[in-house]
Design a protein around this ligand. Sequence first.
Ligand code: ADP
Ligand code: MG
Length: 360
Amino acid sequence: MAKITLDNLAHSYLPNPTSEEDFALKELNHDWVDGEAYALLGASGCGKSTLLNIISGLLHPSQGRILFDDEDVTEAPTAERNIAQVFQFPVVYDTMTVRDNLAFPLRNRGADAGYVAQRVQQIAKMIGMEEQLNRKARGLTADAKQKISLGRGMVREDVNALLFDEPLTVIDPHMKWELRTQLKSLHNEFGHTMIYVTHDQTEALTFADKVVVMYDGRVVQIGTPQELFERPAHTFVGYFIGSPGMNLFEAQVAGQTAEIAGASVPLGAGYAPVGGKVQVGVRPEFVRLSDSGIPARVTRVEDVGRHKVIRLDVAGQKVSAIAEEGAPIPDGASHITFDAAGINVYSDDWRVSAKEEAIT
Ligand code: ADP
Ligand code: MG
């Protein structure tokens, strides 16, 4: 297990990149703490696999260094990095049995036969393939082959880190949950540094201690699920995480007040003058129906089990609010207000901190 440091790292697939747009991975400095479980979350094409492949050594970065426990491994080949990586699609030896596939990474490192047999049995149980150990991989379903790939990724206990690149894509929904739980218990048991790539926020939030959110080649926030919910550092995080995502309002902000759709809204904190494109972000959980505040019209109410999603129109913009399942929608509700604790202010999509002397 190791701490992984990314120092001034960036990558372009072009031979002579000139502008920032040419970089699939924009400059990045980060320490992945030894033994933590991370999710790397972002939309397709934002650079997740690029980053993972640089860490494992499949890809050489065009700029910067990678260090494992402070030792520079930038030039070290994949094998020397001692990392297990599982990909989106199965990588198995068709002519080998399930048992031999699982045993391969251990035998390759010269583990003794007794240990291999015992460990393979343990892993087969985790992936639910004890009954198929003697079958050839050829002829198994894609689903089963991917489980073997996962098993091979998990079989070694002495790796520096475990990297998973959307490993459950071809797995059926029920088994997905099961395998994710297994991965998490594996992490709790062995404490490996784990990086789990996904574009699914539920997967990210349930798996990880820390979620690394990427957008357009850039890491925009690293935080606990709670931090991403309460204080999205970038409007993308607000929009991408949460269901529905954060509402964003064009605003003018002065001191402790924002002007939104012609109404004055108390921010609950003071701000230095905010420049650029100014927006106020409020998650649906912090929007309340009211008879005063910002004029709004209820367009639809959706019952989604434990709560209601109220769809509103605010000066032609679609806005969502979340209310308790049993809460009545007041007849005279013609406005919305915000819980001060749920308000964030953005300048050119990045969150602005309130002044220290803020009244909360
Ligand atoms: P993700 O895994 O988040 O879907 P990738 O890291 O695969 O994203 O890709 C990031 C960007 O780099 C995308 O725009 C993609 O088209 C581009 N890209 C990925 N691999 C290559 C490659 N081998 N050659 C050129 N461009 C690539
Ligand atoms: Mg990818």
